[in-house]
Write a protein that binds this ligand. Structure first.
Ligand code: TYM
Length: 333
């Protein structure tokens, strides 16, 4: 079975950027890649590369699991699981660290950005994070990895590691290809549209959370920072705020940017923002309703158990094979 693999960190309530750059894209891809099995997981091992409170982790892991399903992913051809429940992820991470060069990790933009923000010191886990991520993907011989723009560099490293191992140990891993959505791969902050919308931004007005109330969503969009030119035209450089709102509308409705431009040719920013708010509210309302029904259900736990079982079998086999391949342990007769 061919695999598509991706993960999201449980590091805060899911925001519209992560939703459009990943989950919404997975939903679309399930209809396109009908001969692939989807392995999607909650990357909780990644989350502890920065110190987190236990109660916070527990809550966000559960919330994110429910949101994956509430967002409309079909249960057929899908295994949803929690990364730490599959021991092979930690094992593979260690093995791959021994194939990763310090220089490669030092070059990672996300590491540099995140390290700078740490006040109490930078953990070794934050540094070796890309090797853990490579393991997540290579364990399942993923053919495709759907991610947003900010994960490109990690994917490149994963491909380099796969090729490095393949050169030494005759084509052991599938070299994965990134699948980056054409629209929505980088949703920007609503208050500083030159910055990515992020779970960790101190300014809550910069983002929309999937579970936000309708009036908050409307307020955030109506007060989104735009320019003073009043024409609805896509121009990331000179009109980042309005371009971001157009991207949000396009990623949700599947209308092209050109169609949106034409439809709102004579509209004011106020009218356009109202339409964007309507589109976002209509998209998120059913997700929220399904989330509320799922969050404390047995159905969710049962689905996560099933997903873990499917993933564990493949992952354990691959990591044991890798141990063996590189000469660890005893040779079996
Ligand atoms: P994370 O948890 O930061 O983000 C999850 C996914 O959402 C995308 N994303 C965005 N897309 C568009 N606009 C935004 N503003 C935005 N913010 C986030 C990210 O690109 C990502 O696809 N290391 C990964 C998680 C991970 C993973 C993996 C992904 C761990 N192992 C293996 C793929 C395969 C991360 O921190 O994503």
């Amino acid at each position: 079975m061919k695999h598509i693999v991706s993960g999201i960190q449980p590091t805060g309530s899911l925001n519209l950027g992560t939703y459009l750059g990943s989950i919404k894209n997975f939903v679309k891809l399930q209809d396109t890649y009908t001969d692939h099995h989807f392995l999607l997981f909650i990357a909780d091992l990644h989350a502890i590369t920065i110190p987190r409170e236990k109660a916070f982790l527990r809550k966000t892991i559960k919330e994110l699991s429910a949101l994956y399903l509430a967002a409309g992913l079909k249960k057929e051809r899908l295994s949803l699981f929690i990364q730490s429940e599959i021991e092979a992820h930690s094992q593979m991470a260690y093995l791959l660290q021994c194939f990763t060069y310090m220089g490669e990790l030092e070059r990672m933009t996300q590491f540099k950005e995140k390290a700078q923000k740490q006040e109490k010191g930078v953990t070794a886990g934050l540094f070796t994070y890309p090797s853990l991520m490579a393991g997540d993907i290579l364990l399942y011989d993923a053919e495709y990895v759907p991610v947003g723009d900010d994960q490109k560099q990690h994917l490149e490293l994963t491909r380099d590691l796969a090729e490095r191992v393949n050169n030494r140990f005759d084509d052991f891993f599938t070299v994965p290809k990134p699948l980056i959505p054409e629209v929505g791969a980088r949703i920007m902050s609503l208050t500083e549209p030159n910055k990515k919308m992020s779970k960790s931004d101190e300014n809550v007005k910069s983002r929309i959370l999937l579970l936000d109330d309708e009036n908050i969503i409307r307020k955030r969009i109506m007060s989104a920072v735009t320019d003073s030119d009043q024409t609805i035209r896509f121009d990331k450089e000179n009109k980042p705020g309005i371009s971001n709102l157009m991207t949000i509308m396009s990623a949700i409705t599947n209308q092209s940017i050109e169609t949106i431009e034409a439809s709102y040719k004579d509209a004011t920013y106020q009218t356009f923002k109202q339409s964007v708010a309507d589109v976002v509210v209509n998209e998120l309302a059913p997700i929220k309703a399904r989330y509320n029904a799922l969050i404390n259900s047995k159905e969710l736990d049962a689905f996560l158990d099933e997903g873990a079982e499917y993933a564990r079998k493949i992952a354990m086999k691959k990591v044991m094979k890798f141990n063996h391949k590189i000469g660890l342990g005893r040779k079996r007769k």
